[in-house]
Write a protein that binds this ligand. Structure first.
Ligand SMILES: *[C@@H]1O[C@H](CO)[C@@H](O)[C@H](O)[C@H]1NC(C)=O
Ligand SMILES: *[C@@H]1O[C@H](CO)[C@@H](O)[C@H](O)[C@H]1NC(C)=O
Ligand SMILES: *[C@@H]1O[C@H](CO)[C@@H](O)[C@H](O)[C@H]1NC(C)=O
Ligand SMILES: *[C@@H]1O[C@H](CO)[C@@H](O)[C@H](O)[C@H]1NC(C)=O
Ligand SMILES: *[C@@H]1O[C@H](CO)[C@@H](O)[C@H](O)[C@H]1NC(C)=O
Length: 401
């Protein structure tokens, strides 16, 4: 009964979705931004781009995109189901990557394992083995390998970090499991940070969270390990979402979770098609389940495998908690009162627990600034990117008086 009602709400949501009506397919024009990947976008706008492949200790290969400059390195880390594209698709006038490159920062764009740019591995994994990861491995494996790689490549001792949503979660995971990485980041800017998700505001989240173990088992049983896959919504007819009911449900959960957007005019009308063609970029069902578990268990903790497997893996019936107090990097936080995913109440808990918060900027309710707008909003430059840029300059100047 509960399952039926989740599906019903998702389907109802799907039929109301505005992007469905506004989407126009432009695949005929090869030079259109719609058809360009991260490196092609960067080159099209006259910047120098490089692709770097990083091997993780557990045999995954992740892809970094670099906008090469001589200045200090800045690492930009995308949100759930997204990719390096999220820092580029609004173009040089609005996207943070270009703004930083224009000021001579050496900009590195992360791609977590499993997204459309980071699907490689060195171990000939089967699909089942490959997709057996959540945001934990992005934080404990991909991110440390990436940071070490950049510091070595640029002969620096530290870099500056900017993370959005899941891009903050994996920073917390990394530093709580391996605090030595605190010393490799001089400052972290956390956009719409996500650790505790006790107050996720999606209408059917309670029902969904009760079913999360069932859903994970179901997806495993049908061999479906990846969700929010690249262009799964884009068909030859330019229609949002694939007709198969299974995928349809997932893509709508993704729209809801990532986008939670009420007023579509807060996305730039002239970039709609470009945004829609670049997201989603794929992740594992386990990542998604891990976030939903956080709501069900009301904790920021490692993946919950159930009693027996938890005992085997963690020697404890419950998963260990991630210890946020071990994240000692100086941080600046920008969060919105209108964010369903990075909720104000959860942010308060985060602020009480993080030991080194230097700045906290709240985007108040009157701005009506939702989660997705941190990456794709029409007002992202003035409301988010300009303040981020100023913080980065201030921190650079403070470190080099
Ligand atoms: C983008 O596409 C070009 C042309 O197919 C390719 O050479 C390049 O490796 C791609 N970049 C990434 C990051 O995949
Ligand atoms: C992976 O498969 C290729 C081709 O079958 C083989 O040459 C290679 O040795 C395998 N690598 C590993 C780590 O098993
Ligand atoms: C929907 O997805 C299935 C499985 O990936 C694929 O075979 C089919 O062609 C897709 N349908 C459309 C209309 O894209
Ligand atoms: C949506 O945003 C536009 C532009 O900011 C504004 O003019 C409009 O009143 C908003 N609509 C609603 C329903 O809030
Ligand atoms: C909310 O923020 C806007 C823009 O920064 C400001 O003009 C307004 O006074 C703020 N409202 C409240 C209630 O703080």
């Amino acid at each position: 009964m509960i399952r039926v009602s989740i599906f019903a709400s998702l389907l109802a949501f799907a039929t109301n979705h505005e992007i469905t009506q506004r989407y126009t397919d432009d695949s005929s024009n090869l030079n259109s931004d719609i058809n360009l990947n991260s490196s092609q976008l960067i080159m099209k706008y006259g910047y120098k781009s490089e692709i770097h492949k990083v091997n993780t200790e557990d045999g995954y290969i992740v892809t970094l995109i670099r906008l090469v400059q001589k200045g200090p390195p800045v690492l930009l880390v995308h949100g759930i189901g997204d990719s390096s594209d999220s820092w580029l698709v609004l173009g040089p006038a609005s996207s943070l990557a270009y703004q930083l490159a224009d000021a001579q920062f050496d900009v590195w764009l992360f791609n977590s394992r499993g997204n459309k740019y980071s699907k490689g591995d060195t171990k000939n994994f089967t699909a089942k083995e490959y997709w057996d990861f959540s945001y934990e491995e992005m934080g404990s494996k991909d991110l440390p390998a990436t940071i070490d790689y950049i510091l070595q490549e640029t002969s620096n001792k530290k870099l500056t970090y900017v993370g959005f949503s899941q891009g903050t979660t994996i920073l917390f995971v990394m530093c709580s499991l391996n605090p030595s990485y605190n010393d490799k980041i001089n400052h972290a800017i956390l956009l719409a940070p996500v650790a505790w998700v006790r107050h996720l505001q999606y209408p059917f989240i309670t029902a969904l969270s009760m079913q999360v173990d069932f859903l994970k088992l179901f997806f495993d049983s049908v061999g479906m390990y990846e969700i929010f896959a690249k262009n799964s919504r884009k068909t030859d007819k330019g229609i949002v979402c694939n007709n198969s009911v299974r995928e349809m449900i997932l893509c709508n959960i993704e729209y809801y979770i990532n986008y939670g957007i009420k007023n579509m005019s807060n996305l730039p009308a002239d970039k709609f098609d470009v945004i829609d063609s670049h997201i989603p970029a794929g992740t594992s069902t386990k990542t998604f389940a891990h976030f939903i578990q956080g709501y069900r268990n009301q904790q920021f903790q490692r993946f919950d495998y159930g009693l027996i497997k938890n005992l085997l893996i963690y020697s404890s019936p419950r998963p260990p908690l991630y210890d946020i107090s071990r994240v000692t990097i100086p941080v600046s936080i920008i969060a919105s009162d209108n964010d369903w995913f990075s909720n104000t109440k959860d942010i308060r808990l985060l602020l009480r627990t993080l030991p080194n918060v230097k700045r906290h900027i709240t985007l108040n309710r009157s701005l009506d600034f939702t989660h997705i707008e941190f990456a794709y909003g029409r007002r992202v430059k003035s409301i988010v990117n300009d303040p981020v840029f100023k913080i980065i300059l201030a921190e650079r100047d403070a470190n080099n008086p």
